[in-house]
Design a protein around this ligand. Structure first.
Ligand SMILES: C[S@@+](CC[C@H](N)C(=O)[O-])C[C@H]1O[C@@H](n2cnc3c(N)ncnc32)[C@H](O)[C@@H]1O
Length: 317
């Protein structure tokens, strides 16, 4: 059986088989994107020949996720789109190469020569990967509850001249049941007619003190100057931790966990990369389980998590 508060250097589909049914409170993950980068390890997801094969593999992974989730569990999937393209010349997949803000372009497919995509989409068509995945997951039993837009105020610059620069990705909220854990009080925002900034900041600071997150904003309603969190989240992209170049910023799992996981719950990330989800689970007083296939990234995540655990106290931001 799998232990809590541990990450494993193995294929997530294999690893999750050792998790019992209905164990996990919250899943926060960002799968490898399609045709974007080579993580340099056999068995990796993301380099399938066709978008359909990629979706099939992810669907197998998420079928296992569904099994291990508690009935009241939530699943947050961060996913970006890819463009169709043929493998011509040295600058392969120029449309896809800049989705993430990265310290370097290590691993991007522009350095790869052997990848050929088979798709009915024309060169330069946007494939629609996020929605292909969302519908596939709905078909296997997930409730597709929401498409949240992750708006990036500082997107990677793109040299395109015939479309706008991409500055968003999707975060899908999927659940196992129609009724599920959702702490809407955790992240209420100031309403337009609400508190002055210093009053809001005062409450926000109280809210982030460890151990007290459940008590904040309790019993509030719009008339107290706050409103429900909206479905467009503006979060700046940050450089990855050490050698990992496809990380999400801590604010993404932070918000998902506060909304979708009770204190003391277990958070799973099947594609843990540099360990961001584990670090945030710890900061929000939850347990974690993670899988990472690439040995180098697994070690980066281990180091990052041990540094986190060595911190005596924590105040977010
Ligand atoms: C987009 S990254 C995740 C980044 C992570 N959210 C972070 O903040 O560091 C996806 C990760 O999935 C890993 N991966 C790819 N295929 C995998 C598989 N079959 N099982 C487990 N991990 C896999 C890749 O090596 C990569 O580190």
């Amino acid at each position: 059986m799998i232990q809590f508060d541990k990450i494993y250097n193995e294929d997530c589909l294999e690893g999750m088989k050792r998790i019992g049914d209905c164990t996990i409170d919250c899943v926060v993950t960002s799968p490898p994107y399609y045709a974007l980068r080579d993580y340099g390890v056999d068995g990796q997801i993301g380099l399938e020949t066709s978008p359909e094969e990629y979706i099939d593999r992810l669907t197998d992974v998420f079928a296992e996720v569904l099994r291990v989730m508690k009935p009241e569990g939530t699943c947050w999937v961060v996913i970006g789109d890819s463009y169709a393209g043929s493998n011509k010349g040295s600058a392969n997949y120029p449309e896809n190469a800049k989705l993430w803000l990265q310290g370097t372009n290590k691993g991007t497919l522009s350095k790869r020569t052997s990848f050929k995509m088979k798709t009915t989409a024309k060169d330069r068509d946007l494939i629609g990967i996020p929605w292909m995945l969302a519908f596939a997951l709905r078909r296997i039993g997930f409730y597709l509850r929401q498409d949240i837009i992750w708006h990036k105020p500082n997107p990677m610059p793109e040299s395109v001249t015939n479309r706008c620069t991409r500055s968003h990705e999707y975060i899908f909220l999927l659940t196992k049941s129609a009724r599920y854990y959702f702490n809407k009080e955790a992240l209420r925002e100031p309403a337009n007619t609400g508190l002055r900034k210093h009053e809001y900041n005062h409450r926000k600071v109280k809210f982030i003190v460890p151990g007290h997150r459940q008590e904040q904003f309790r019993g509030g309603n719009v008339s107290d100057g706050f409103r429900n969190k909206r479905d467009v989240w503006s979060v700046c992209v940050k450089p990855g931790y050490e050698g990992h170049h496809a990380t999400f910023p801590v604010d993404i799992p932070y918000q998902c966990i506060l909304l979708g996981c009770p204190v003391g719950g277990v958070v799973l990330d099947p594609f843990i990369g540099s360990g961001t989800t584990a670090v945030v689970a710890h900061r929000t007083h939850c347990h974690y389980i993670g899988f990472e296939l690439n040995r180098e990234y697994f070690e980066i995540a281990q180091k990052r998590i041990s540094e986190e655990l060595a911190q005596p106290t924590f105040l977010f931001k």
